[in-house]
Design a binder for this molecule. Structure first.
Ligand SMILES: O=C[C@H](O)COP(=O)(O)O
Length: 248
């Protein structure tokens, strides 16, 4: 039985004081539920938010991570820095990182391996563009991303990984993949994992859907057999919406 995981990706939203105020309002959301609740907040808010979350059941994540422990990488944040704060998760390979910051399948793979080596659980994002979907290339694209992201990852590390299928055309657009289409792709991803590893790992790995998940569609999405959770942008920024999402 896979534990559902709802993760809020705040993206570049909320200042430090806004982050602290907001977390005070939602930090009880992990209580009395089987759902694992995660907030992925801006780097500069991680430390303060971590302190606010102490003693709660809400987990903390970053939105990126560098693959080196230290060095001349101006503007980057290393796994050692994040580990010291005590984060649980790092989003890796979000399509916005791939699109605007030249993240490649190779850097995604390096980040995945470094996260695992530092005890930070990767949430690895994959997904196709609208053009790729229309040209029937969506599965090929996602397959390549999954295989390359996991290159060199050992079987015993797979339990620490979460995958997130986010069709790029559904992010922040109000368009969602139909829950059946999302489930079909996520089932396809599970088959890829079985090919690379084995059936047990493919049955155990948690795979989220992301892209305009809202209170109005979350139940339908979460009722799909292969979908284990949601990676949520816009709707994770509002208390009432995020509350409804984690109580889908
Ligand atoms: O990481 C979250 C996804 O990019 C989805 O964002 P969204 O819920 O605003 O569409």
């Amino acid at each position: 039985m896979r534990r559902p995981i709802i993760a809020g990706n705040w993206k570049m939203n909320k200042t430090l004081s806004q982050s602290v105020d907001f977390i005070k309002e939602i930090k009880h959301l992990g209580d009395n539920t089987d759902v694992e609740v995660v907030v992925c907040v801006p780097f500069i808010s991680l430390d303060r938010v971590k302190k606010e979350l102490e003693g709660t059941n809400v987990k903390l994540g970053s939105q990126n991570i560098h693959w080196e422990e230290s060095g001349a990488y101006t503007g980057e944040v290393s796994p050692l820095m994040l580990k010291e704060i005590g984060i649980d998760y790092a989003i890796i390979g979000h399509s916005e990182r791939r699109q605007y910051f030249n993240e490649t399948d190779e850097t995604v793979n390096k980040k995945v391996k470094t996260s695992l080596n530092h005890g930070i659980n990767p949430i690895i994002c994959v997904g196709e563009t609208l053009e790729e979907r229309e040209e029937n290339k969506a599965q090929d694209k996602v397959k390549t991303q999954v295989i390359k992201a996991l290159k060199g990852v050992e079987e015993n590390q797979m339990k620490d990984i979460v995958l997130a299928y986010e069709p790029i055309w559904a992010i922040g657009t109000g368009k969602t993949a139909s829950s059946e289409d999302a489930n079909e792709m996520i089932s396809f991803i599970r088959n890829i994992i079985e090919d690379i590893y084995n059936e047990e790992i493919s049955e155990e790995i948690r795979i989220q859907y992301g892209g305009s998940v809202k209170p109005a569609n979350v139940t339908e999405i979460m009722n799909q057999p292969d979908i284990d959770g949601a990676l949520v942008g816009g709707a994770s920024l509002k208390k009432d919406d995020f509350t409804d999402l984690v109580r889908f």
